[in-house]
Ligand binder design. Structure first.
Ligand SMILES: Nc1ncnc2c1ncn2[C@@H]1O[C@H](COP(=O)(O)OP(=O)(O)OP(=O)(O)O)[C@@H](O)[C@H]1O
Ligand SMILES: [Mg+2]
Length: 393
């Protein structure tokens, strides 16, 4: 956090907060309406009452039960993101709602629009929270409703956890769409191979294609299994001595034959690599997600560059593509379920890169995207055989 910023600094929503005695009066005015309080506790999901500074005055019973006990005494005056431990809420002294990224947050957006229109506003919101096993990703649907009691105005915020809905959408996409496509391809090739082709060269191509597609099908299932296990914190690390050039070349070959790699070049620079103790399957998954995104963002005839460098037992791997990611999209990279590619069930790529790299491979992932550099994703991964990582694992 920048120490020179004051608590009232903001680059998005107002940072101003009401003083404690004002909060107390606003809360008591709400509590004096016993039917409003009863309705709040009768709500089937988590709900809270905010004042016009987006500060929590009251949390309903269900929300109180889920709050970290350490926070329960200080609920009054907090903002929703602070209560939910959103990673953005502690980036600036002004707290929840005051960062650039908050401009893309559905929850802040719903509350602000509700305050200005007095209408009921519903928005989806994706947040990353600190500390949870699943990498801290929350998919929420937030309903904000304006309310006036005596001379005070309030916003009732009801929060639905739609994480399971989103996960189901991912599963459905994988099983009913991507996987069916792949298996459908295997089936067509098997039918072709049923009747001998006069040209053995053609038959050999079909066999190779069949091997490629069945490997892809297994990979699609594994990928899904890995990410679900990673989110539950149940993914076991399988550390091995990995030849990085081999691993990266295999990924590049895979994507040169993949439809997203068609008519695009992939350049690989592995001149300064060697072997690293890490989990090869997780590292391959990270590389594959980065490569797929870079290729999808690259027009026909364009190029994606991958480079890897091993220094003092640490791998720095970068994937570069031309073009700049627009600022509102940059602010949402790494959030689960955020995608510009349309259709439910997307937005797992960068989220799983972060989850697998940071939580499992004990590394770090960053990106830059601007006119000068284009788009560059960089992961730094340590050697897991080193003593400090063996102890931490
Ligand atoms: N290298 C890149 N170049 C340009 N845009 C990118 C790049 N990587 C990610 N993005 C943008 O970030 C969004 C989120 O990426 P992410 O990989 O998380 O999900 P997705 O690619 O949309 O879906 P999925 O990976 O689940 O198929 C993308 O929709 C795209 O707009
Ligand atoms: Mg992706």
């Amino acid at each position: 956090m920048n120490p020179r910023l004051s608590v009232n600094d903001t680059v998005f929503a107002s940072a101003t907060r009401a003083e404690h005695d004002v909060l107390q009066r606003q809360r008591e005015a709400f509590l004096s309406d016993t039917s409003a309080v009863a309705l709040l506790d009768a709500m089937p999901g988590a709900a809270m009452i905010l004042n016009r500074h987006r500060q929590v005055l009251l949390a309903n019973k269900l929300l109180r039960e889920t709050i970290d006990p350490a926070d329960s005494e200080h609920v009054m005056g907090m903002r929703p993101g602070e209560l939910l431990h959103c990673v953005r809420a502690c980036e600036r002294p002004g707290g929840c709602g005051t960062t650039h990224a908050c401009s893309q947050c559905g929850a802040v957006g719903a509350v602000l629009e509700c305050l200005s229109t007095h209408k009921r506003i519903t928005r989806e919101c994706r947040i990353r929270t600190a500390g949870a096993v699943d990498g801290g990703a929350l998919d929420l649907r937030v309903h904000a409703t304006w309310l006036a009691i005596h001379e005070h105005e309030y916003v009732v915020v009801a929060v639905e956890d739609i994480s399971s809905e989103k996960r189901r959408a991912v599963l459905e996409r994988t099983f009913f769409h991507d996987l069916l496509n792949t298996v459908g391809g295997v089936q067509r090739l098997a039918e072709l191979l049923d009747n001998e082709h006069p040209d053995p060269e053609v038959e050999l191509t079909w066999k190779h294609e069949m091997t490629r597609l069945s490997t892809l099908a297994v990979d699609q299932i594994m990928s899904q299994r890995q990410i679900l296990a990673a989110e539950r914190g149940e993914l076991g690390l399988q550390v091995d001595c990995v030849d990085l050039t081999e691993l990266l070349e295999a990924q590049v070959v895979l994507f040169r034959r993949h439809p997203v790699g068609e008519r695009r070049r992939i350049e690989l620079d592995c001149t300064r690599t060697g072997v690293l103790h890490t989990d090869p399957s997780l590292l391959a998954r990270v590389v594959s997600n980065l490569l797929k995104n870079a290729l999808k963002a690259t027009p026909e005839g364009g190029m994606v560059s991958v480079s890897a460098e091993l220094d003092a037992g640490e791998l720095t791997l970068s994937v570069h593509n031309e073009g700049v990611i627009p600022q509102p999209i940059q602010l949402q990279i790494f959030q689960r379920s955020f995608s510009t590619k349309g259709g439910d069930g997307r937005g797992v790529g960068t989220y799983s890169v972060k989850l697998l790299t940071e939580r499992y491979l004990k590394g770090d992932v960053q990106f830059v995207s601007n006119d000068r550099l284009g788009t560059l994703f960089v992961i730094v991964v340590p050697d897991l055989d080193r003593k400090e990582h063996r102890l931490a694992a």
